[in-house]
Design a protein around this ligand. Sequence first.
Ligand code: 0PR
Length: 379
Amino acid sequence: MNMHGMDEKTIRSILNDLKSKDTPYERVLSSMCTYPHPVAVAAHQQFIETNLGDPGLFAGTAEIEHEVMRMMGTLFGNPDAHGYITTGGTESNIQAIHAIKTARKIREPNIIVPASAHFSFDKVADILGIEVQKADLDPEFRADISSVEDLIDENTIGIVGIAGTTEFGQIDPIRELSDLALSKNIFLHVDAAFGGFVIPFLREKYEFDFTLPGVTSIAADPHKMGFATIPTGGLLFQDSSYLNRLSVDTPYLTVNSQQTLSGTRSGASAASAYAVFTYLGREGYERIVQRCMELTHELVARARESGIEPLIDPVTNVLVLDVPDADSVRSKLKKRGWDVSITRDPRALRLVIMPHLSRENLNLFADDFADVVKWTSAT
Ligand code: 0PR
């Protein structure tokens, strides 16, 4: 740190220089985050100093968090769902499994996740000392129910289904997983970190939430398709008994116990989610999600003009294209200013069609894509 303070103008100019090295989202097709909604940004700024870790001091902000949880619970079929605002999908997944582990006191517990699970479950394994078994996928990249069932043994405490997989945007058969969880008397956590703010707003209806009786917890991130500011994740449990098991005593705070992973937590996240939920309403989200789906389908049509097929018909706004030599296509697109991503297995080109992408930019992208594919297959 410098000994003497620096003037604000110089600091701002240094920060501007550094910010200019960041990639603006307009040409990014690899991210599940986007520009937060302006009403979310304004609310975030208004609550910048608030700390939900000491809710007695910030009673109004705590009310906002309850209201956000009620709105999310209602969206996911259970207004009485109980949870809190996390820093994102990783923390939600860790805490969901933490609660399950605490509920089932088994010496060497395991959980079963589909092979498509986000890498946060590798952190779950490490941090919680739980064996994380990976079930096979069906040809459409959904969890294969018989593989999940085969892996269940007497040490299995829970299973995980993904509603909107990171790589394929696919939705696991959550009803079947729910039936399985009920019949084996184990927990079912649904990772809807991405899909939570997509699936309820699609024209096609999918069962993935608390309306299914076996679903015990859901992770859904307002900071992805919910347009809240980063970091805003959401974790909800079927009822308060789950989270209460994680209580630790906090005698010197304004409340006597805490169930969250972090101590100090930003109330700005809660305010930003509250503002954007109420501003857009279901109708606003439907409009945005359906536009993303329209653009996704347009991109499929453009790829087909170059003889390239998607690996699955896109279910959400994630498009995976079966291009030969995906790594090389990715780096060539990068040279033309586009950030795209790849899948692990099989190796394919992964595009996330977020709301920051305009039709005009996607047409430019499709032109570059056609060109790159032509030259890649020619060499
Ligand atoms: N669960 C699922 C299904 C996810 O897709 C993700 C993140 C998580 C959990 C973890 O969420 P947090 O990152 O909020 O802890 N999916 C993206 C990924 O890791 C996140 C992402 C966002 C990546 C923006 C890149 C990026 O630019 O691939």
